[in-house]
Design a protein around this ligand. Structure first.
Ligand code: GDP
Length: 442
């Protein structure tokens, strides 16, 4: 299991610079459609051998540039609710401010471990100025320069030392551990709990009741219409988000937590309320993690036939950057669409694990590349030598090219869509990484 680390702090203290320092250069997602989120506000990383997910809370909150102070308190509350560890970034080149005091006061009252960082300490001469921050009542301060990389390895060490011990693996039996892992995701009120109850009630559900905090994942074994799978993190589904501002950030953090544990995500959307920016954002998060996704278009019982067609059109438009995904007309209330949904879960799991042999990929590519070679760009004729599936669970393809920087995005989308269509990746994003390689001698 990966630990969730939230980075909080006022605007302009250098959170995103520090975030980029800690995560390094990440894989870029390339898909058939433009518009997949390219935010780099969260990333997986290894910190001293442990898997962590880092989240820049500011990046998920459009109000974070708000010069007013309220932003930070919201972020801190969300981080306290969901994160395993909080990195609180302060400005080491300035005196503490009222929002800093407020943030620290909240953090000191919480049980979540916190690391306080003084950023913008570019030279060792500036350390003593940063020490002024101790007056906030904190015990330990790591001084860094996110811009120049100073102190960041000490910070990684501090993070490693404060990470919660890896939780004992859930006491699921072997039969359960082989089952597909499915997360139910969606905005509050989309119908996640209702769908869960329907799935669980339809035949049989075994809940692994693990004692511990509400944050411990609780998985439920589902058997429905001839398919078996685990719904992960059911505590998260049942937990009622507090209705207050900042709720969206809390649900984004909770969503990240569930996505990390799942292979397949059922994204529940409310057909009656309409698909929103927030739904698109959640979908972006799933695709970024290369998870298989099925859109559960719920509450269709509330719409007449013509209304439903219109609502679906609107939904497809809002999620057009992943227009290839399956959408199921559902009603958690009447059970409509549930058999189709569980069938799609089985096929999505299979795609998530699918491995295309290199020979097969290359036969296919030879045909595609001969018919549609990469177009020349700035006088260069980039070539693709071969493509392999470097990873499965989830799939990742690697294309070797003499000049990857000259392959246009439109051509990359074409390649991804060809792979998608030819090999039937209807639920899983097809991601192709282009790597540079010298021309092979023949
Ligand atoms: P959650 O917050 O995503 O878990 O949403 P809930 O499952 O609690 O559902 C929110 C509200 O929508 C409840 O009042 C449900 O009864 C209602 N609801 C959920 N699914 C459906 C559906 O398919 N049709 C109708 N008419 N109402 C639904």
């Amino acid at each position: 299991m990966t630990a969730l680390i939230a980075v909080v702090g006022r605007p302009n203290v250098g959170k995103s610079t520090l975030f980029n320092r800690l995560t390094g250069k990440k894989l870029a997602i390339v898909d058939d459609q433009p518009g997949v989120t390219r935010d780099r506000h969260y990333a997986s990383a290894h910190v001293h051998g442990q898997n962590v997910t880092l989240v820049d809370t500011g990046g998920f909150d459009p109000d974070s540039d708000d010069p007013m102070q309220q932003g930070i308190a919201r972020h801190v509350r969300a981080a306290i609710a969901e994160a395993d560890l909080i990195v609180c970034v302060l400005d080491g080149s300035a005196s503490p401010t009222a929002p800093d005091r407020e943030a620290v006061a909240l953090l000191r009252r919480s049980k979540t471990p916190v690391i306080y960082v003084a950023n913008k300490v570019d030279t060792s001469q500036q350390v003593s100025a940063a020490n002024e921050l101790y007056e906030l009542g904190i015990n330990e301060l790591v001084t860094v320069s996110a811009l120049h990389g100073r102190g960041t390895s000490e910070l990684a060490q501090a993070i490693a030392s404060k990470l919660p011990a890896e939780p004992a693996p859930a006491p699921v039996d072997e039969a359960s551990s082989a089952l597909p892992r499915v997360a139910l995701l969606g905005r509050p009120n989309a119908g996640k709990s209702s769908l869960f109850n329907r799935l669980a009630g339809s035949e049989r559900a075994l809940v692994d009741a693990r004692p511990g905090t509400t944050r411990d994942p609780v998985d439920a074994r589902i058997e429905s219409h001839g398919h078996r799978f685990l719904v992960v993190d059911t505590a998260g589904i049942r937990r009622r988000p507090r209705v207050e501002r900042g709720i969206e950030l809390v649900s984004v953090l909770a969503a990240i937590r569930s996505i990390e544990r799942a292979q397949v995500v059922i994204l529940m959307c409310d057909a009656a309320a309409g698909v929103s920016e927030q739904d698109a954002r959640l979908l972006g998060l799933c695709l970024e993690r290369r998870r298989a996704v099925i859109i559960g278009f719920n509450k269709t019982d509330l719409l007449k036939k013509a209304e439903l067609a219109k609502a679906e059109e609107q939904a497809r438009e809002a999620l057009a950057f992943a227009g290839w995904l399956p959408l199921v007309r559902l009603s958690a209330k009447t059970g409509r669409g549930v058999p189709e949904l569980v069938g799609l879960v089985a096929s999505a799991t299979e795609q998530y694990k699918r491995r295309i042999p290199t020979g097969e990929l290359n036969r296919f590519f030879k045909q595609v590349l001969e018919r549609h070679p990469p177009p020349t760009s700035n006088g260069r004729a980039p070539r693709i030598f071969y493509v392999t599936q470097a990873e499965s669970e989830p799939p990742l393809f690697v294309a070797q090219s003499n000049a990857p920087e000259y392959i246009k995005d439109s051509y990359k989308r074409f390649v991804a869509s060809q792979i998608r269509k030819s090999f039937g990746f209807t639920s899983v994003p097809v991601v192709v990484e282009y790597r540079k390689r010298k021309q092979t001698q023949r």
